[in-house]
Design a binder for this molecule. Sequence first.
Ligand SMILES: [Zn+2]
Ligand SMILES: [Zn+2]
Length: 383
Amino acid sequence: MARDYYGTLGVSKDATDQEIKRAYRKLAREHHPDVNPDESAQVRFQEISAAYEVLSDPEKRRIVDMGGDPLASAGSAGAGGFTGAGFGGLGDVFEAFFGGSAGGGRGPRGRVQPGADSLLRTRLTLDECATGITKSVTVDTAILCDACTGSGTHGDSKPVRCATCGGAGEVQSVQRSFLGQVMTSRPCPTCRGAGETIPDPCRKCGGDGRVRARREITVKVPAGVGNGMRIRLAGQGEVGPGGGPAGDLYVEVIEQQHDVFVRDGDDLHCTIRVPMVDAALGTSVTLETILDGAVEVTVDSGTQPGSVAVLRGHGMPKLRSSARGDLHAHLEVVVPSRLDHKQTKLLEDYRRSNDRERVEVVTNGSQNSSGLFSRLRDAFSAR
Ligand SMILES: [Zn+2]
Ligand SMILES: [Zn+2]
């Protein structure tokens, strides 16, 4: 009977919203189809998403707590079922009106028209782009009028043939010109080309067959998306005039700037400041990454300003692939701007110990070996 949504997420019946969210994120990361291509993982991911959809919605959660199943009547519209749910049969109506005669130019064009696509934008953190996320977004579009289910008529009344054009959808007029009489036709002003009118329109939609409404829908954002990418949800756009089939909804990703990483396609870049002495002697630094936790970045002895440590495969996931980009840690060597007495003395000792090193003007062609730090490295490796 009712599915065990709490069990699916592995939380107790009195779990807080936070606990539910945490459990969902953890499971979603494990079973996301982009991470785990297993067929069973895909099924599991849908179950997890459905459970989260239900338990994160106070209204639906209450139904569950009362022993019901809020998704039972919604068919497959749970996790990823975006395919025109709720518009059953309208495609047939559309066919009946347009049946292969598109572009013919003759006869009424029909009251039922396909709906427009719509676009909305959603802001995602770089972390969300990296892991993928199932997100709820608010959509404001025309939806099918539930009072008349799109017919536009009130009660049992029916549309009638337009009295002005006799159902043709267009009216002809005869104009005299120097060539003689010319027949011109234009869309009927009474029925706007539909060929029929509604004498008793639906009270709710005024005969349009659709009404504006805000609704929440769930968008499955795959791992690896980036700024400006659009996710298409078929049949979730505007319902057309006369209750015509809905257009598509496009959700555009706006990627927010990250505190540490800058993204370039599938690669990530960050900057690490390395004190002069650490650059000369070598060290390692812990870098907190988005997907791989703490990672050690090795700073080789003799590291030069502007060096880049490349961590292969630690970048962003590639869309619809298990491959990953690289992480480039740009090493910025920092020279101390203030030295105390003891430090000054140490560095003066160092300078005296190294008579090969002096300030010099770089000659063309000798840049590779004349840097201060390569000389420091030589000095240290010589000991
Ligand atoms: Zn007409
Ligand atoms: Zn209506």
